[in-house]
Design a protein around this ligand. Sequence first.
Ligand code: PD2
Ligand code: ZN
Length: 287
Amino acid sequence: MGNSTSSQSVTPALREWVVAQATAGMGVQKILQAMLEAGWQQAVAVQAIEDTLRVHLSQQAIEARLPPAVPVPRVPLDGSPLYLDLGDRRVHIISHMQKPPIVVIGGFLSDEECALMVEAARPKMARSRTVDTQTGGEELNDARTSSGMFFSRGQNEIVQRIEARIARLLSWPVENGEGIQVLHYHPGAEYRPHYDYFNPAEPGTPSILKRGGQRVGTFLMYLNEPDKGGGTTFPDVRLEVAPKRGNAVFFSYDRPDPSTQSLHGGAPVIAGEKWIATKWLREREFT
Ligand code: PD2
Ligand code: ZN
């Protein structure tokens, strides 16, 4: 932490050092003394310590009021790979964003796998219900005008194959996932922006959480291509993912809070129809 230049600019590294010293229990006087010995001018040092600790403490206060952050599933993106070999299939990385963590994956499913999923789901489709966090039961919902069905985990060969592929991609146990849901949208149908985690303030949430804890990630697979519309939107970051057959979008949320910026929706289908499959990942084994 030397500083002998005349400009004496307060860098992020210096701020980190100040926070580290304070966190380790060093008093403000001791921090100031160390900076003066390293050649900082008194006025610059005092201002830097004050500003840094004020921002740090207010961030801590905000954090303290939020639900605690938990580990989430991740796509291994270190080294910015173009392709990932998932054993039975090589998929490619189209794009990714850090905050919120969103990854768009190309070629996650073959056209044949998409068709198998639609045909397995088609006979069982009914108007979509969402989990009612008032009661923990299910309800019809105007915000979601699609129809849908759930497979149970491992229900058939194609579901097993896809679940195992998701588990390998995310290094997240198959057991920590809900059954895959398939949704079908006609023109005009949409899924208005929402969070996939269960709102901790709602009375039905504790009973929902008994079956594996919170949702921590959403893996959404496009099973066909609408002619127009039907993208998946992330309004907080003004992103829209195009619904291309076989592609997938994965996003995670490390606490059940809007600060995760995980708000997302299914834009209205304008022409054609849209089929998707969704796998929600839980903190623990989903029972
Ligand atoms: O169909 C979609 O794009 C969509 C959008 C938002 C699906 C879901 N949420 C979901 O299944 O949670
Ligand atoms: Zn959703």
